[in-house]
Design a protein around this ligand. Structure first.
Ligand code: ZN
Length: 64
């Protein structure tokens, strides 16, 4: 599920799994990372192919 050498791979994968409620559970689809420039700098938006943007993370958070 995690490609070797994926720069976005971390222990906690929840940020890239769609949590949109579907029936009695959640979507659970793997969201596609998408670079998004903002006023505060570059962010990575994780977009579910069905439900749209799920979460936006700072790719440099905790990488220092
Ligand atoms: Zn979804």
């Amino acid at each position: 599920m995690i490609a070797a050498g994926d720069p976005l791979a971390r222990d906690d994968e929840g940020y890239r799994t769609c949590a949109h409620p579907v029936g009695e559970g959640v979507c659970g689809r793997d969201c596609d990372p998408d670079p998004v420039p903002t006023d505060a700098g570059m962010r990575i938006a994780f977009t579910c192919p069905v439900h749209g943007v799920h979460s936006v993370v700072d790719p440099f958070d905790g990488w220092q």
